[in-house]
Design a protein around this ligand. Structure first.
Ligand SMILES: [Zn+2]
Length: 367
């Protein structure tokens, strides 16, 4: 499993073993030969994960022990998820870590210089291990599994770090190089900053089968972070059991979202799969929310128009099926629109077309 997700075992020529030693509860990831007090499956997983994160790439200073311990704890998650726990058991375990991480309002994953003399601070179970691992889980949520693990394999294989060491900033730069996305703000919030957000999610669907409105606000447990930007996992359930999983890209406080949901909404739930760190968040049905707005029929906007290469939509934030017709009503193309990408129309001949998405029809000009 680790070779699939992290890349080849780093010391294949030397093989790998582990030995028993008599210190209660202790384990140590000696390169190619880990020492453990007991051979529990997840102790084995943790120490083996260290061969990639700790032994192949060592943390550049004790300030960033999370590059060893957070990653090895994330390695445990991988084994829980892929080989060892049911989904419910895995969620239980994540909830246990989440409760621990949020048991105090402050504390950063990055170890401050003033704490470097304190072994319990450098090896804080709550921050270096659990929050460090959960930060990786959030990066996986933001990037998606494929891009996240691809990035991780590129980090492990990067000749600047392999069989040497890396710093938090090196890892942040690897994220940028591998994904093209800038995670400076994310690291400021989650690695150097302290605490966690608490969300209030108000919702209303004034007219059944039409727009579902959200008003999302956030407070922070610690003043070191002004706002946690995050794509929020929101699950919408309909009166007949319909399900829509939304990703609401929360970039500012008191943010409004409108989603066309073509069923009658019965329930909204938040962070069901524990993708992000938050605590005590509430979801509130608020019938007064944007009630007047319900008279506006269409909140989906197509742009640009006329279009040469790529069509985008405003007001659609989840994968949605679309169909393109010519003016004779002949279906030309169908597929799924995803808000993080766009619909390529560069190969269509010049002309006027219709595109149908979410029961709405737009006319656009291709040039
Ligand atoms: Zn460890």
């Amino acid at each position: 499993i680790f070779e699939t997700y992290f890349g080849p075992y780093p010391f294949a020529d030397e093989k790998y073993g582990h030995m028993e030693f008599a210190v209660n509860g202790a384990a140590m990831e000696h390169q190619t030969m880990s020492s453990m007090n007991s051979f529990g499956k997840f102790t084995i997983a943790h120490e083996l994960a260290h061969q990639w994160f700790g032994d192949k790439i060592t943390c550049g200073s004790w300030n960033e022990a999370w590059l060893n311990e957070g990653f090895a704890t994330f390695g445990e998650y991988l084994i829980y998820e892929k080989n060892g726990m049911t989904p419910a058991e895995f969620l239980n375990h994540l909830q246990f870590h989440l409760n621990s991480i949020t048991s105090l309002p402050g504390g950063s994953v990055y170890v401050n210089d003033s704490d470097l003399g304190k072994i319990p601070a450098v090896f804080s179970g709550r921050l270096t291990y659990q929050k460090g691992a959960f930060v990786l889980r959030m990066l996986k949520w933001i990037l998606g599994d494929d891009d996240f693990y691809q990035m991780l394999r590129e980090y492990v294989a990067n000749p600047n770090f392999a069989y040497q060491y890396a710093t938090t900033e090196n890892f942040k730069n690897q994220l940028f190089i591998s994904t093209g996305k800038n995670f400076t703000e994310f690291f400021n919030d989650w690695i150097y900053g302290e605490g966690y957000p608490t969300y209030t999610i108000k919702w209303n669907q004034p007219v059944a089968n039409q727009n579902l409105h959200f008003l999302i606000s956030q407070t922070q447990s610690h003043p070191s972070v002004g706002f946690f930007e995050m794509p929020l996992p929101v699950k919408v359930t309909g009166t007949n059991g319909e399900v829509a999983n939304l990703v609401l890209n929360n970039t500012q406080n008191n943010q409004n979202f409108s989603e066309l949901i073509n069923f009658k909404v019965a329930n909204i739930s938040f962070n069901d799969d524990l993708q992000i760190i938050e605590k005590n968040s509430t979801v509130i049905y608020d019938p007064s929310l944007l009630k007047a707005e319900s008279t506006q029929k269409q909140t989906v906007i197509l742009y640009p128009n006329p279009v040469e290469n790529e069509i985008n939509f405003k007001g659609i934030s989840r994968q949605t099926a679309y169909e393109i017709y010519n003016m004779e009503g002949v279906l030309i193309e169908k597929g799924n629109y995803h808000p993080s990408s766009s619909i390529k129309v560069s190969t269509l001949p010049t002309g006027i077309y219709l595109i149908k998405i979410n029961e709405a029809v737009f006319k656009f000009q291709k040039y």
